[in-house]
Design a protein around this ligand. Structure first.
Ligand SMILES: [Zn+2]
Length: 171
């Protein structure tokens, strides 16, 4: 077994989760042993036996685990989108439509600069800044373009207030 400690004492000392002695457990398994518990095979058997006796509880735990991991993934995606607003919009397909082919390299650089500016301001002020499309990219009445002159750096609070206003308009 790779480089597992060979005794529980050793495992405790170095904070390892398992150790391996090579000696069969009382049920005849030769497997690694949990530092805080029993042999791995015995543990798996115990879990399986418990699960078949408690199918409802078992399903509840599985569901809870699933919900937690979905929440975690959503949170991760949100954080990524905040860190990479440009790539988020591209991924969502907004920039493909909104960013015109005829932009010059200089204009494209202006766009990247706006995002850099927002990042710099966030760091220097400690207040979250975002790049805002003055005319929103997606809305029922007008569709703004992803072009430098439609971009401005504002704080996240201002951006949220604007979103709320747009929601009111839409009613
Ligand atoms: Zn065992």
């Amino acid at each position: 077994m790779e480089s597992l400690p060979t005794s529980r004492e050793e495992a405790k000392k170095i904070g390892a989760k398992h150790f391996f002695t090579g000696v069969p457990c009382k049920n005849g398994h030769v497997d690694k042993i949990q530092t805080a518990g029993i042999c791995r095979q015995c543990h798996l058997k115990m879990v399986a036996a418990w699960s078949s006796k408690n199918p409802v509880k078992r399903a509840k735990i599985a569901r809870k685990y699933q919900t937690n991991s979905i929440d975690k993934n959503r949170k991760k995606a949100r954080e990524w989108a905040h860190r990479n607003p440009n790539r988020y919009l591209i991924r969502k397909g907004f920039l493909g439509k909104a960013s015109p082919q005829w932009l010059t390299d200089e204009q494209r650089k202006d766009i990247t600069d706006k995002y850099d500016e927002a990042r710099q301001l966030t760091i220097s002020t400690g207040i979250q800044h975002e790049v805002d499309h003055e005319v929103p990219l997606v809305s029922d009445e007008v569709c703004g373009l992803h072009v430098p002159w439609n971009l401005r750096v504002i704080t996240m609070g201002e951006n949220r207030r604007k979103s709320n206003k747009l929601l009111v308009w839409e009613k």
